[in-house]
Write a protein that binds this ligand. Structure first.
Ligand code: UTP
Length: 305
């Protein structure tokens, strides 16, 4: 049995306390909206995408969020900072609830920032957070992928890590003809309670394969729980597609040398970093909104489609 085939509950597995949110990309798929504002700050219904992602961290038990920012991303820091002028104004107008809601955004979790000076790829963005993460496992959540719901994808991955001591990445089924748009997992079933058939041991990761070459239709979704060994793998990863340091390439090394799980997580993801995904997220989350979801549904019914 190779090291990467070990299954069990290893002793001394560290708690997953930190999360890295890479948010330093240029957002070219969302131009012109992203010319002068971060795509992670584009609001879906009534809050910026990155707030959904930070809330997923909190709901997953994360205590320290590390956001990787870059040029033009200062509004992310402002959003999670106090805004005394606004709070005072709201309180003076008797809008205590709104003032409290604004304050809560800054108080929900400890947030640190580090900068990626150039957008050299997702893998590079994670590597930039190495010192802040230190020698412990951590979650990675893409700042423009939304997975709303009661059972956060990150929490599900943390459960896999705590139970097995190995990293885990979230995957979901995509139509076979669309595999060329995603990182695709080649894995073998390795069922384990309570995840059952949803847990696979990764053999290989294939970046954007044509449907005829795809080993499966399971796509990498934008949520990861990784051991600190990923940093060594990243340091050994040469620039790949687009001349960027790809997280997928480093995870290939991790899977071979340490083992890595793919979890078909329970939930639905939206790639809100591109226009159609953003629209889908907006409509579906607006329909679920307790305040105006019903009125919005009635409005949609009046449209002649
Ligand atoms: P994307 O590939 O979706 O981001 O990366 P992008 O490069 O901004 O997008 P397009 O293709 O130009 O539209 C997923 C996440 O990783 C971050 C992005 O900010 C996004 O949240 N990222 C990407 C970085 O932090 N640094 C990078 O060098 C690349």
């Amino acid at each position: 049995m190779s090291q990467s085939d070990k299954v069990g509950t290893p002793s001394g597995v560290k708690r997953v306390r930190k999360a890295v949110l890479p948010a330093a990309g240029l957002g070219t798929r969302f131009l012109p909206a992203t010319k002068a504002q971060p795509k992670e700050m584009l609001s879906v219904v009534d809050k910026p995408q990155i707030q959904y992602v930070v809330e997923e961290c909190v709901a997953s038990g994360i205590e320290h969020v590390i956001i990787v920012t870059g040029k033009g991303k200062n509004s992310i820091e402002d959003h999670f900072d106090y805004n005394p002028t606004l709070e005072r104004f709201l309180e003076e107008k008797g809008k205590k609830d709104l003032a409290g809601m604004v304050r809560k955004i800054s108080d929900m979790v400890q947030v640190s920032y580090t900068r990626q000076k150039e957008p050299l790829g997702l893998g590079h963005a994670v590597l930039v957070a190495k010192d802040l993460v230190g020698d412990e496992p951590f979650a990675v959540l893409l700042g423009d992928v939304l997975i709303p719901g009661e059972n956060p994808a990150t929490k599900q991955l943390i459960q896999v890590y705590q139970q097995t001591g190995l990293g885990a990445i979230a995957v979901e089924e995509v139509p076979k003809e669309k595999t060329h748009l995603y990182g695709i997992v080649d894995g073998h079933a390795a069922p384990q309670a309570p995840f059952g058939e949803r847990l696979l041991r990764i053999r290989e990761l294939v970046e954007k394969p044509k449907p005829e070459n795809a080993p499966s239709n399971l796509a990498i979704t934008g949520r990861y729980v990784l051991p600190p060994e990923i940093f060594d793998c990243l340091e050994r990863t040469k620039p790949g597609a687009g001349n960027e340091i790809q997280l997928t390439d480093a995870m290939k090394i991790l899977a071979k040398e340490h083992g890595l799980w793919a979890l078909i997580y329970e939930g639905i993801s939206y790639d809100a970093g591109e226009k159609l995904g953003f629209l889908k997220a907006t409509v579906e989350l607006a329909l679920q909104n307790p305040e105006f979801g019903g009125a919005f549904r009635n409005y949609l019914k009046t449209l002649k489609l």
